[in-house]
Each structure stands twice: as C-alpha cells, then as structure tokens.
Design a protein around this ligand. Structure first.
Ligand SMILES: NC(=O)c1ccc[n+]([C@@H]2O[C@H](COP(=O)([O-])OP(=O)(O)OC[C@H]3O[C@@H](n4cnc5c(N)ncnc54)[C@H](OP(=O)(O)O)[C@@H]3O)[C@@H](O)[C@H]2O)c1
Length: 244
C-alpha cells in the first residue's frame, strides 16, 4: 500500500484530496493545524499529525513524528508528499521565527517538510506543491523577500506561490535522477474558505470571487492523476498544461 501525506488536510482542497486518495486505496496521513481540525474530517482511517506549520520548530517536530510513523508502517518510505497548507493575510504579520506569515506557511513550511522527509521520498516518491496561477507577472523580491518595506498582501501571496513553483523545479533539477519527481499544481479558482479566514480587504474581495470557484473535488482529481499516473505518462502531460 502506498503512503501519502497531505498538509492542510482539514478543509478545502486538501480535505478533498485526502478523501479521494483514501477512496483509491492509499494509506493516508493528514497534517492539521489543530487537534479540533482533524475531528471535522469525515474520512476513515486517516493518521493525523497536528502542528502549526507556520512555525519551523513545529514543522521539525511533525517531520520527526512522520518519519517515525513511516518507519513503523512502510519501511520508512513515503510515496507522495502533498504540500498544500496555505493561507491568505490582509496585513503584515510574522511568525515566531520572524518570517512573513504567507511566505512562512505557503512556501517555507513545504520546503522544510520536504527537506526533512527527503530520505523517505528518494525511492520513486513524488512531491506535489499546491501553487496557483497567481505567480504570473510576479518576481521574487530578493532585496526584501518578506516585503517589510512596502507590504502588499496580494504580492506576498503571489510571491509565495512563485516560490512553490521554483521549489518544484529545483527538486526536479537536483533529485529526478534519484527517482524523485515534483509537481506544482494550479487548482484553479476553488470555492473554499481560504479568504474567509483572513479579514479586511482580502475577505471582502474573496466574498465576490469565491462563488465563481469550482468545488474542491474538481482539483482533487488532478492530485489523484499526479499520484496514480506512471512517470512517462506524466511527462507527456507537460504539453497539456500540468506543470512539472
Ligand atoms: N481556493 C483557491 O481558489 C486556491 C487557488 C489557488 C491555490 N490555492 C491554494 O490551495 C491551498 C489550500 O487552500 P484552500 O483554498 O483549500 O483553503 P483552506 O480550505 O483554507 O485550506 C487551507 C488548509 O491549510 C491549513 N492551515 C492554515 N494555516 C495553517 C498552519 N499554520 N499550520 C498548518 N495548517 C494550516 C488550514 O487549516 P485551518 O482551517 O485549521 O486553518 C486548511 O486545512 C493553499 O495553499 C492555497 O494557497 C487555493
């Protein structure tokens, strides 16, 4: 049985990915920000890990727990890591490490978790980053990566998603010869509560955009495809819009 770990698995896209992969016969683990979050999810037989992935010490703790669990259930191997946890913010807020929160969760958490789980993935594993098409037209602000000087929440969100795509490319450049493949998934506009969990202008704008989004079960099919398809089939998909 193949083992899959999904972060941000307690609502929206992550929860539907967890549900679909569980139905398809994968051994599924979810990472939840809170203990209460897992109780909201009606998917059977999920192994839950709890941690605030915005904080790097929490990512490290969760990674230790996942590695120990993989040792017990799957000889230390992980088939797929889905770095999906994400947030939107409407003002400049930082984590305990001093990072801007969208950058910390949407990008750094997935980077660090992947780094910590890499030995488990280097057996033909896959890493899926939930990206977005919002990276278009944006660049990394190397002189002020946290955007401290002139904070724009949308720019911070877009930059974090651009970094997810660059990270997937970096993983492929470094580890594809060792059997690892990484993908950045654009789920499209999806009707989830992501903007509602923010406040101010982000919540206001999201209230207009959200009703036009698809159900989260629609992008879940893309994650399923990226987990189920054989690598040669996936390479041919690059021509039809699934980015690797
Ligand atoms: N919705 C869209 O149109 C859209 C489009 C492109 C990309 N995306 C991306 O899709 C991903 C999932 O978003 P979604 O739309 O499905 O929204 P969502 O329902 O709000 O899902 C976000 C998930 O991340 C979790 N999370 C938030 N803060 C966390 C933290 N500090 N530590 C651990 N987990 C945390 C949330 O848990 P809590 O609820 O407990 O906070 C939730 O399970 C995000 O990366 C987002 O950027 C969404």
């Amino acid at each position: 049985m193949k083992t899959v770990v999904v972060t941000g698995a307690t609502s929206g896209i992550g929860m539907e990915v967890l549900r679909l992969l569980s139905r398809e016969g994968y051994r599924v683990a979810g990472v939840s920000r809170t203990a209460e979050g897992c109780e909201r999810v009606d998917v059977p037989d999920v192994k839950w890990f709890v941690g605030d992935l915005m904080q790097q010490r929490e990512v490290n703790r969760v990674a230790d727990e996942i590695n120990a669990w993989l040792g017990e259930v799957s000889a230390g191997k992980l088939y797929a890591l889905i770095n999906n946890a994400g947030c939107a913010r409407n003002r400049y807020t930082t984590t305990e490490d001093g990072y801007e929160q969208q950058f910390a969760l949407n990008y750094l958490a997935g980077f660090l978790l992947t780094h910590r789980l890499l030995p488990a993935l280097l057996h033909g594993g896959r890493v899926l980053m939930t990206a977005s098409r919002s990276h278009m037209g944006i660049k990394v602000h190397w002189n002020d990566v946290m955007l401290r000087r002139r904070y724009n929440p949308l720019t911070a969100y877009k930059q974090s998603k651009l970094c997810d795509i660059l990270f997937a490319k970096g993983l492929n450049d470094r580890y594809s010869e060792e059997g690892l493949r990484a993908y950045a998934v654009d789920p499209g506009l999806v009707n989830t509560a992501i903007g509602d969990k923010s406040g101010g202008i982000v919540k206001f704008v999201w209230s207009f955009r959200k009703p036009h989004g698809t159900d989260a079960s629609v992008p879940a099919e893309t994650y399923s495809l990226l987990c189920n398809a054989k690598q040669p089939e996936l390479l041919s998909l690059r021509r039809t819009g699934v980015q690797s």
